[in-house]
Structure formats: C-alpha cells, structure tokens
Ligand binder design. Structure first.
Ligand code: AMP
Length: 283
C-alpha cells in the first residue's frame, strides 16, 4: 500500500495504473475507520483494480458548534486497517493541501441539500460537495463508493456528478450494523455505556417500520409514527421523515415508490443518523 499526503504524490502514484487502463475506485472517508468503511473497500475491490481510500476530516462540512476539533482520529490504526483490507493507495492530506490560503471556490448543491440534515446543518452539503468534487478531480476514479448510512449525502453527490458531467459512477453500499443493529459510525465512540444502550432505539424504530412495511403497511404517517414510538425514548429527535428516494420530498399518503425513512437524533450530546429504504415490490 502506498501512503501519500499530497495531490502531486497521489497523481504520481496513480500514473501507471491509469496508463495501464486499470479501473480505479475511490472510497472517501473522514477516518477512524470501522467495518462500514471497510465494506466500501470490499465493494471497490470487487469492482476495481486499484482502490484509493482518502482520509480527510473536512472542516468545511462542520458547523461552528459541531465536533470538528474533537472528531476521532487515529491514523496509525487506520493505516493498518487499510493494509489489511487491501487498499492500494491511502491518501491522507492535511488541511492546507486541500484548502490552501486563498481557496475561494465552492460547489453549492440545490434542492436535495435542503431537507433532513441540510435543514439542521447549514452549509454542510456545500462542504461535502466541494470536498468530494475536489477528491474526484484529484483521483479521477472510475467509480466512487459511498455508504447508505449517509443517504442524503449519496443523493447530493450523485446529483452533483450528473449536473457537473463528472465521468464517475457513484455506488451506494448498504449500511453495516453492529450485531445488535446500531449503524456503525465513527461517532459511536462518543457514546457512554448507557447512551450506547439507548442509541439502539434508533435502529429498533427503523426496523419496526421496515417490518410493518414488509407486512403490507403503506401509510406514510403510520410508518413514521411506528418508528417514532421507539426513537422517542431517546428524548431528542432532530428529524424523523419519510422521503422519496429520488427527490427527498416528504411522502404524503401511501408509499408507492422507493422511500427513505431517515432519522437524526441526539443521544446525550452525540448526534446520530440512520435510515432504512422502503421499496414497494413491482406491481
Ligand atoms: P465518514 O468517515 O463517516 O465520512 O464516512 C465515509 C463513508 O463511509 C461515507 O460514504 C459513509 O456513508 C460510509 N459509511 C459510514 N458508516 C457506514 C456504515 N455503517 N455502513 C456503510 N457505510 C458507512
């Protein structure tokens, strides 16, 4: 595995692969890796010859009162996990490499960035779209892999690649969960023992709604209420919405098309997000 910290070294490391016509996969992350990230690596290795994993805690996607300074970091451990997982190139730049002093150009997503996390984290998806666009230009991958856990992020990134004619396929990989159902997240390490137990209400609520949906329930209000009964026990739901998978508009009435039941909730001071996709069977 090559470890590079600059765009020049990254491009150099990719030259031979590109000349040889190898298929290049990119897995963008903020590090503190877990099995959810490694699932993206596995997906990339299954589809690509070369897998680039980037680790960059992107300051522009954090709000002023968010956890940028305390975001968990452990580059040594991440390096070993990348080696073991068969990553070809680990790209771990510092902030100046990505945002030099005079940096002044951003990618601003539109409607898809408005609801859900976008409504509660102003500027978040502008930061995400900007850094992902930059990573796409630095790596120029054939395919990029994102997790379904950040469903809105995947939707925003997919829209951006289409709107900006970036010749990159965006693949969304299903959420990897702990054995008890909690979606894996670097932020889970913030949770104390009691919070970790209470956090389970999120996945329980989503899975109760998914079970009801599979059992034939199609009423959006009832599906949301079912999930809410569980998630409410945590105390602080930021949002719990059933949205159309393509437009992210709220589903009103019956679920006819694929929809995402998305939640953001605070467990103590830790904000967690999760979702399930409800896909009606073909008529
Ligand atoms: P992060 O490091 O949290 O920014 O995540 C980097 C990538 O890993 C994003 O595409 C996430 O959606 C994805 N990811 C994070 N957690 C999971 C998970 N539990 N299962 C699958 N993908 C995940």
């Amino acid at each position: 595995m090559r470890i590079v910290a600059t765009v020049a070294a990254l491009r150099q490391a990719l030259t031979d692969a590109r000349l040889a016509g190898k298929r290049i996969g990119l897995v963008p992350t903020m590090g503190y890796l877990h099995d959810g990230h490694l699932e993206l690596v596995r997906a990339s290795r299954a589809q690509c010859d070369v897998t680039v994993l980037s680790i960059f805690v992107n300051p522009t996607q954090f709000g002023a009162n968010e956890d940028l300074s305390t975001y968990p970091r452990d580059l040594e451990r991440d390096e070993q996990m990348c080696r073991d997982a068969g990553v070809s190139i680990l790209f771990a730049p510092n902030v100046q490499e990505i945002y030099p002093a005079c940096f002044d150009t951003y990618v601003v997503p539109g409607e898809l960035a408005r609801p859900l996390c976008g409504a509660h984290r102003p500027g978040h998806f502008r930061g995400v779209a900007t850094v992902v666009c930059k990573l796409f230009n630095m790596v120029q991958p054939d395919v990029a892999f994102f997790g379904q856990k950040d469903f809105q992020q995947g939707a925003v990134v997919r829209r951006m690649t289409l709107d900006l004619n970036l010749p990159i396929e965006v693949v969304m990989v299903p959420t990897v969960r702990e054995p008890d159902g909690l979606a894996m997240s670097s932020r889970n390490r913030y949770l104390g023992e009691d919070e970790r137990r209470r956090a389970l209400a999120i996945s329980r609520g989503l899975s109760a709604a998914l079970d009801a949906f599979r059992g034939g329930e199609r009423d959006a209000g009832r599906l949301v209420a079912l999930a809410r009964e569980h998630v409410e026990s945590i105390g602080q739901i930021q949002y719990l919405d059933l949205v159309d998978c393509d437009t992210l508009n709220p589903v009103v009435g019956l679920v006819h098309r694929p929809a995402a039941l998305c939640v953001a909730a605070y467990v103590g001071s830790t904000r967690l997000i999760d979702n399930v996709i409800l896909t009606p069977p073909d008529p």
